[in-house]
Design a protein. Structure first.
Length: 403
């Protein structure tokens, strides 16, 4: 990847967010005029664990393809900084909306929660990824009022044991087994965090102390939910049942994703199609050099309307299709993903690939009389020195009938 060439294709505009070692800007991809979020990280200033988390976040997002997960277009290292080019979604977080409305109705919360559950089902059951930092701040609203998950800096892959030991997450959203971390924990920690999110969406506030890092105290607070007046008077019976199952302090007794999706409260009439599970092994991604081997999720059947739209921006559609099928991280595949994010459903409906029409005409070819006579007589003879030939371009020689 040529980092300077990649960076020159973007224009940084205004800053929209900031962190300890990173800043997020609104930007524009100059060729397609697509809005992007540009996250600039002072990579060399990060602690080693934070560097690994950042590298794994990029490697993970390259492999994810789900409507409720933010898209990563491209990345580049330049002057000790990491530039990450993401889908720009300027409509705020779910936390902003919950705070503004002081809680959502159960119907509105249900619609958002279906988006979130769909994304988590995809992560756990299709890609083998645990998020480990689910909270309302990491769920952003799209222009059509749907949810997309962001911030995969704490995610990890579920390998053979499916057991994790690192203490990560946000206090107030973290499962009891993560806090104590005696025997490790599994992907069920995401279910507990989702229960906290769902409670907060409807109640307008979190159920537990944000700074609570004591497992016994946390369990006591969970068990006292049933006597909480707000829990009893505000939540419907179906929601109470669902939350008690998701917030069970014993991970072995906690509700599973399948049970959540078939619960009476969620009222889900469709279950996500379980495609072939293709695990993402993040253990090999620990340095920026290792990120060079990271690939996109291969697209064997790209959307040809989006591919055809790239032609007017100077991209070769046939090359982009090949790069998409091979999972290459290139400027062409980045532009394709931008088209997928910006084009309407009607524009993306055409699935036929249009090859460019050839405008060149085949030149006339003059064959010497002596060769014509040779074809008729089928006998060899010498060609006179004064015979004049019209030079035949190589590209047309294969079109001649053999003599």
């Amino acid at each position: 990847m040529h980092e300077d060439t990649t960076l020159s294709q973007y224009e940084i505009q205004c800053r929209v967010g900031t962190g300890a070692f990173s800043q997020v800007y609104r930007g524009v991809h100059l060729l397609t005029n697509s809005e992007v979020a540009i996250k600039i990280i002072d990579f060399e200033k990060l602690e080693n664990d934070d560097k690994i988390g950042t590298i794994r976040e990029v490697a993970t997002l390259l492999q994810l393809d789900h409507p409720n997960i933010v898209s990563l277009f491209n990345y580049a290292f330049y002057n000790d900084k990491l530039y990450i080019f993401l889908e720009f979604i300027p409509h705020g977080t779910l936390l902003d909306k919950v705070n503004h409305l002081r809680g959502l109705s159960e119907d509105q919360a249900r619609r958002y929660f279906k988006d979130i559950i769909s994304a988590i089902f995809y992560l756990h059951h299709v890609r083998g990824i645990v998020h480990r930092d689910l909270k309302l701040q990491n769920m952003i609203l799209t222009s059509d009022d749907h949810i997309k998950l962001i911030d995969f800096g704490f995610c990890n892959s579920m390998m053979k044991s499916n057991i994790f030991h690192t203490f990560v997450g946000t206090p107030g959203f973290t499962a009891p087994e993560v806090i104590q971390n005696t025997n490790g924990y599994s992907e069920s920690c995401d279910i507990f965090s989702l229960g906290i999110c769902l409670f907060s969406m409807v109640a307008g506030k979190r159920p537990f102390d944000l700074q609570n890092k004591d497992k016994k105290r946390l369990i006591d607070q969970i068990e006292s939910l049933e006597t909480n007046p707000q829990f009893i008077n505000v939540f419907s019976k179906d929601l109470q049942f669902l939350l008690k199952g998701m917030l069970n302090p014993d991970p072995s007794q906690r509700m599973t994703l399948d049970q959540i999706m078939t619960s009476d409260w969620l009222q889900s009439d469709t279950r996500p199609v379980l495609s072939l599970k293709t695990m993402i092994d993040l253990r090999r991604f620990t340095t920026k050099e290792s990120l060079q081997i990271a690939s996109r999720k291969s697209l064997l059947k790209p959307n040809y309307s989006a591919v055809n739209a790239l032609r007017k921006f100077g991209y070769a559609p046939e090359k982009v299709i090949t790069e998409l099928r091979r999972g290459r991280v290139t400027d062409g595949t980045a532009a394709y993903l931008m088209m997928m994010c910006t084009m309407s459903t009607e524009e993306l409906d055409d699935t036929s690939f249009q090859k460019p029409k050839k405008t060149t005409t085949t030149p006339s070819i003059t064959i010497p009389t002596s060769i014509c006579s040779r074809k008729q007589q089928r006998t060899p003879h010498k060609i006179k020195n004064d015979t004049k030939f019209t030079r035949i371009p190589k590209s047309y020689r294969s079109r001649l009938t053999p003599i």
